[in-house]
Design a protein around this ligand. Structure first.
Ligand SMILES: [Zn+2]
Length: 223
């Protein structure tokens, strides 16, 4: 596969005050704690939940004794990714095993699988926070059987909003698959394609989540 360096696409939300967060999560607070005119330097303080904006879920998020984000090897989040176009699914519906099986031939063992639901186009709309397209537990199970290494989605969570049991998270994280959530709507430009994904979460000790900068390089050709 050929990479065209210099054509990276940034798939990351800008972290800002007042940005969309999962209902109930802490609101980010970003402020200048030192000012150039007064203190001789500009210095920003950042206070936020570990699942703010584009981020990675580590196993310890839902697995007792699981690895924190700092323990995950850097190469876990770098590799070939396939972007599945699931934007035909209505908001609030489940991505099921049936939906995913249609892409069977496109998904290789060790792949990063990115689910483009199109929900990211509604990132700032309040209704979407409790009505987004999600991955159901059977769909997650199928991805485990396929041997993929990471599953990503372009909205707040892979889980159904308000699910009483985090079955999708447990199925993925409990089987060594890490999760990327809140990928930006730029992912839509890559729907249906293969990319080289580089996703580097902040190395925070013991953290269940890691805010990440993620970029993609489109891949051309068959191998
Ligand atoms: Zn998360």
């Amino acid at each position: 596969l050929k990479i065209t360096v210099g054509k990276a696409l940034d798939l990351t939300h800008t972290v800002r005050n007042g940005m969309t967060v999962y209902p109930g999560d802490p609101e980010p607070r970003i402020e200048r704690v030192k000012e150039l005119f007064r203190d001789g330097v500009n210095l920003t303080g950042i206070e936020m939940g570990a699942h703010t904006g584009t981020h990675v879920d580590a196993p310890i998020h839902f697995i007792e004794g699981g690895a924190g984000v700092d323990e995950l090897p850097a190469e876990q989040f770098v590799g070939e990714a396939v972007v599945l176009d699931l934007s035909h699914k209505p908001p609030g519906s489940a991505i099921t095993r049936d939906d995913l099986e249609k892409y069977d031939a496109q998904i290789k063992e060790g792949d990063i699988v990115l689910l483009y639901t199109g929900m990211s186009r509604h990132w700032d709309e309040e209704w979407a926070r409790s009505n987004y397209t999600y991955l159901d537990a059977e769909g997650a199970e199928w991805l485990v059987e396929k041997g993929v290494k990471v599953v990503g989605i372009d909205f707040l969570s892979v889980e159904r909003y308000g699910a009483e049991e985090p079955k999708t998270h447990r199925t993925l994280l409990g089987n060594g698959i890490t999760i990327i959530e809140s990928i930006s709507s730029e992912l839509g430009r890559l729907a249906g394609g293969r990319i080289l994904l580089i996703c580097l979460p902040l190395k925070v000790e013991g953290s269940d989540g890691g805010p990440a900068r993620i970029i993609a390089y489109p891949l051309e050709g068959d191998d």
